[in-house]
Write a new protein. Structure first.
Length: 255
């Protein structure tokens, strides 16, 4: 069931979304050659503590997961698409990093993700990341009252496929509110004019995920969480929490 949010609810979600934005900015600033993923997770925990916020990621355990998630960020490097567990891996020059994070504040959740290169960027990685954010922008632009879920999916998929990138099937965006994952699901590829109508008060986490090699294949790592590209190519992930309003889409996880 889709829970429509009031203006007061959306304002509360904006507060949690601002914490997520601050967290991601702090983690990106801290990411450098030689820094470990665990150290980035500690930076994120510090932002949450200072804001008096919790993490919807910590100890989260969906049906596919063998263990509860141990971090407050997902840190996915190079061929990892999403759900990377922050561990002792130290970043190297040229690593492509995707950080996905959330926050809960006063009972409301926010969720967002960024991708960036540490040190010297490969041109191919720069294009991949730029396309991920372009796909996110296209999805947000389609998130207007009167459109449908399929219009968001089609907008994202068109940007990704036109650029020659793969899309991992079965993973995409979602509703968000009191819980991090709510109805409806928001695929990253689909047909326009199909699916649930978009209404004022819906709040969605829109999150394109791109596979650089062009194929769609992926597999879980041995940890049971991290999803990796089948062809070993690099991946990028971008996400915002967005409120659908009569005045147009409102990004709740912007700084």
């Amino acid at each position: 069931m889709v829970q429509l949010k009031t203006h007061t609810h959306i304002e509360a979600m904006r507060a949690s979304g601002r914490v997520v934005a601050q967290l991601l900015a702090a983690v990106r600033d801290a990411a450098a050659v030689g820094v470990s993923l665990l150290e980035l997770d500690e930076v994120a925990r510090g932002v949450l503590r200072e804001a008096g916020a919790g993490s919807p990621f910590l100890n989260y355990r969906p049906h596919f997961a063998p263990t509860p998630f141990p971090g407050v960020i997902c840190a996915s490097v190079n061929d990892a698409i999403v759900h990377g567990i922050p561990n002792g891996l130290r970043l190297r020059d040229g690593d492509l990093v995707s950080i996905d994070a959330g926050a809960t504040l006063d009972g409301w959740a926010g969720d967002s993700a960024i991708s960036f290169t540490v040190g010297t960027a490969r041109p191919a990685d720069t294009r991949l990341v730029e396309t991920a954010f372009a796909a996110l922008d296209a999805g947000i632009a389609a998130a207007v009252v009167g459109n449908r879920i399929g219009d968001i999916a089609h907008a994202i998929g068109t940007v990704c496929r036109t650029a020659g990138y793969g899309i991992p099937e079965g993973f995409g965006g979602h509703g968000i509110g009191r819980s991090m994952h709510e109805d409806p699901g928001v695929p990253n590829e689909g047909r326009p004019g199909r699916g649930m109508p978009l209404r004022h008060g819906m709040v969605l986490a829109i999150e394109p995920m791109l596979i650089g090699g062009g194929g769609d294949g992926y597999h879980p790592d041995r940890d049971g969480w991290t999803l990796r590209t089948d062809d070993g190519s690099r991946a990028a992930h971008a996400e915002h929490t967005v409120a659908i309003t009569d005045a147009g889409p409102r990004i709740l996880t912007a700084l």
